[in-house]
Write a protein of this length. Structure first.
Lengths: 360, 360
DNA sequence: CTGAAAGCGCTTACAG
DNA sequence: CTGAAAGCGCTTACAG
């Protein structure tokens, strides 16, 4: 992944030992010591081609030597744009947020950009105004939108209106390619279905997330679709709408497992709900995978900590974050971003110990 | 908690509808429309007392009306200091990081300050240099240090040297009160011991975190101490040094539970390790709390999702974050911060279903 | 209580 | 390829 950093100077090492004056040198100091105008130094900072190679080299090593790094605030003021990337999210799991941050920071490392976190409540009145103000006031360079806010077209429109770059992480294309990182939830849901079918399961059940989450619709839809393609029906009484929470997983499993005949496998649309299924099964005296096979989604730390370890769909969240941030930094947005958008980030099945063929 | 915001203007609402000119008004526009100099507007922005009340009021409502908010970059450039707070952490759990962020953001809301995240690797060579550069380059207003980096005196010294405000979250005082938010781990460890003793347990075991974590030493130490005070000995063979990870909890429990006689209770120094104890017990056919009582630490979401629900010490992480950020913003640092430092954030026992008196 | 001047550290036109 | 002037939107001395 090419690092389209705006400037090389940001990679400046610590002030060279012994350089003296408190490491607070400015562009003027560099210019004076190099015997050029500050405009020339500025050109070097901004990787302009309009500098003679030897001049550039001389200035570059001088900056290195002095431990000079341009002041982001001064640059921002002149550019009318900051070097901050906003991370906007509603209420995903802690693990999701943190992994996304790590990924985004991977891409921002040594670029001179920093990551500013901005949680919000998409159900509150005027939350879009809040984000707009955040973007405008800080003159954000760009914004990364995480589900569920990424799915809000009104938010995207607001951002576009004020001219703020953004990238939406979502399960289906709902914007220009340059503004999207896709998570392919439908395909992953199908993988879960195919896996269970291949083990021999015919009476399977589904615990979805809330309908207002596009991911939930895609995961559940892909699952149902793939099942149908293999000739397996999923009647409404074997589908439970959960809330992506542990408790809803418990409730869903309790509802589904009291049906007769009992399903032999459950696909929960996230790991938290799958953990809820474990609890319900344990309480009902059902063994996993003996009496019940379970598949989750996310591959959160939880998945490997459950016993038996949970078979689940791994969502490479850190990669999503890295990808989104890299697209935002792309030199010639949106052209370059679009090219990068081709790099796909897909979930895949991680087989552990929570599934086996159904008992005869 | 008083919000010592530097300025009122940050709370400016969205541009009043119909105000026209794209909401990009500057201090000059305000000054012109108010018929005063920009210096006077500046005084209002910065809550200077040197403005006639009616003048101030007039300017304030004008700003509100225009949807004016001062540009943080321009202010920062003039102030030689940004309005950014850095959150520096090594590798705590995702839940800890996120809760701390939420807490810090609670305190920063409507203050004009933003939160910049900065993970690091305290085991890597020159990591302190990296943080120093981050603080210096961004001219951070202040930094919040989370364990384990908060325990590194060299880091604190480096920050002090460059004149960067910081607050350390840690289990014991190791700096000026104005620089500390205490988590009182020792006292909480004692609470765990007293609780188990009161239930009648005499053969108890302990799974600590890594020795290099001060929290681990305090939690374990408080536990051991309180036990001793009540006449219960904790021999070395009933103490296992874990790594604050799930896997180490499994390993620890496996080691401790094969001793004869078997301990009737285990205190794990965090919930992840407690979850590991659950797994080991389940595999060994031991029931919780029938055969074994378990106490964790953190009250992470995990705690209530385990079955039976885990009795644990609740660490109010969000409060820690709020407290730390509020101290950083205190008007007259370090005096005011010190006053706030009095507000204590203490863990307390949350009793759920994982403990009972030992079987006869 | 109020203001005119100079400056924070950079960049954008505009010339050459 | 290089530079002198003006400006980004604020604040700090310094006067009054």
């Amino acid at each position: 992944m090419s690092n389209d950093a705006k400037t090389r100077a940001h990679e400046a090492a610590a002030p060279a030992t012994g350089s003296g004056t408190h490491g607070k040198s400015t562009i003027n100091d560099v210019a004076r010591l190099a015997g050029v105008s500050k405009k020339t130094v500025s050109r070097v900072i901004n990787d302009s081609p309009l500098v003679r190679p030897d001049t550039r080299q001389k200035i570059l090593s001088l900056m290195q030597e002095m431990g000079y790094a341009p002041d982001p605030q001064a640059r921002g003021l002149a550019f009318r744009r900051s070097f901050l990337i906003g991370l906007v999210f509603d209420n995903p799991t802690a693990q999701y947020i943190v992994n996304l941050q790590y990924g985004a920071l991977d891409a921002l490392r040594d670029s001179g950009f920093e990551l500013v976190v901005h949680p919000c409540d998409s159900k509150s009145e005027g939350y879009i105004e809040g984000i707009k103000r955040f973007a405008q006031q800080q003159k954000l360079y760009g914004v990364i939108l995480i589900p569920r806010v990424s799915e809000d077209q009104a938010l995207a429109d607001a951002l576009k209106e004020i001219g703020c770059r953004y990238v939406r992480i979502a399960s289906v294309p709902m914007d220009e390619p340059a503004n999207m990182v896709l998570t392919h939830d439908r395909q992953a849901g199908a993988e879960a279905a195919n896996y269970l079918e291949s083990l021999g399961h015919r009476r399977v059940a589904l615990i979805t997330g809330p309908k207002r989450y596009r991911s939930s619709i895609e995961r559940g839809g892909g699952f149902t679709e793939a099942l149908a393609k293999r000739g397996i029906e999923l009647p409404p009484e074997r589908v439970y709408e959960g809330g992506y929470t542990f408790e809803s997983g418990v409730a869903g499993a309790e509802a589904l497992l009291t049906r007769h005949p009992r399903p032999t496998a459950i696909f929960a649309c996230n790991d938290e709900m799958a953990a809820g299924v474990y609890k319900a099964a344990l309480r009902m005296g059902l063994s996993i995978p003996g009496d019940l096979s379970v598949v989750g989604y996310d591959d959160s730390p939880l998945a490997s900590q459950l016993w038996p370890a949970l078979t689940t769909l791994r969502l490479p969240v850190r990669d999503l974050g890295r990808q989104a941030a890299a697209m935002l930094l792309a030199e010639n947005w949106p052209r370059a971003a679009q090219a990068q958008a081709g790099i796909s980030v897909s979930p895949h099945l991680v087989v552990r110990d929570s599934c086996q063929p159904p008992q005869a």
